[in-house]
Design a protein around this ligand. Sequence first.
Ligand SMILES: [Cu+2]
Length: 509
Amino acid sequence: MTILIITLCLILAAVLLVQLGKLSDLSTKLKGEVESEEESNSWNANLGMVFMPLFLIACVASAFYYKNSMLGYGPHEAASAHGSSLDSLFNVTLACTGIVFILTQILLFVFAYQYQGRRDRKASFVSHNNTLELVWSIIPAIVMTLLVVGGLDAWNEVMADVGPDEDHIEIEVTGSQFLWYLRYPGPDGKLGTKNFRKITPSNPLGQEWTDTKNLDDFQPGEIVLPVNKKVRVRITARDVLHNFDLPHFRVKMDAIPGLPTYFVFTPTTTTEEYRARLGALDENDEPLYPEWHELYDPEDPESGPRYKSFDYELACAELCGKGHFSMRKKVRIVTEAEYEAWLKSPDQSSFYLRDIRNTDEDPYKGKLLDVEIKERSKAFKTKLSDAVKATKPEDKILRLEYVTFKTGSAELTKLSRYQLKDLADAMRENAAMTIELAGHTDSQGDDGSNLLLSQSRAEAVYNYLTNNEKIDGTRMKAAGYGEARPIDSNDTQEGRKKNRRTEFQILTY
Ligand SMILES: [Cu+2]
């Protein structure tokens, strides 16, 4: 129905225009060609004089009306150290071009009014005027020079790389159709090398696993950075041109396949501080920016005001294909303490250890890595301190899950020495600790030989600790329990594997 009415209106408007045209033709004929043209000139000139101020006022007013939504104004002060220098550069450019814009618009319409065609007036012919030529060449040249010099100055400041010994965090961002891959260096603080030939579905960045710096790198789902700490972002692309854009930090740099770029910046406002800025109240407790106090989801009264859900965002600012719009990532700026806690969370564990370790792509398959030794040590210490605090005797038992023996024998495997060293370290640190070493088997084979095997395995550990680690033998005893104390079913392979184990129990501490 609406469409029908609109169509009818359009047809009527067209008919009206045709009729008006005919009418004006008729009046021209009646009044005479020249007189009618003069009248039309005068109309146009007068209308221009009405339009010009309205247009200029609308331009300026709309800029003021929307200023709180524009970066650099209202609550959107730059959230980075260098941002304000770019903002002031923008303001200077806006002032220069704004003044010229307003002046030329006024002159355009005033000239159209002043020099409208009339019968009694004849145009004068000016071939050229040296003074005018000089004026409109020199003034823009000076303004341009000042802007370019100021711009270069800001560019050099913004693009300064980090010094060789400067304290900073380096992260890597890789654009790909249509997502961003983030890479953090892990505890060693260094990103490992990449080779595009190594890119596979399971190794999306082509990390070289033979470079040990890669082994602790992790790929988080969002950018999290501590406030007031210099960050160097390595920017690369896997397929086409992308653009790394953090609008709130005034950070923007192309991501170019084959040509790594970078951007160094220091975030100065945490996400929480920025939210508080958006939700600020004036002296009468009225919202300074009411639009940020509207419901985040108008359908859901529980969703809270918009400012509370604000998040910084990484966007791709290059039209890189049809899925371009989906290239977004959340950016969180947090305090140093929150950042440290985030780094320690299990979600931020090494990509290699989680997805590559002991697969066919792993060059260290079957070998033990330094990081694993350290990680196992750490886990051992945590479990030990829990066991020490425990009150029930069964909670004081710790499994030595990495102490293993050659099949059917009491000969320790080579890799067992790492966990035995952790145990020996704990014994040395806590001089009062005494323990019982216990060997267990599964139910395969006959009871007697199982008991014997478990006893000799416990003794092998005992001997290793006294001979190799020089732990006082009176602080330990070795016991074999055979198959008498299973912790899982002996009917499954999994269960039997768990039952074959070496443990120790803390007796005194
Ligand atoms: Cu893109």
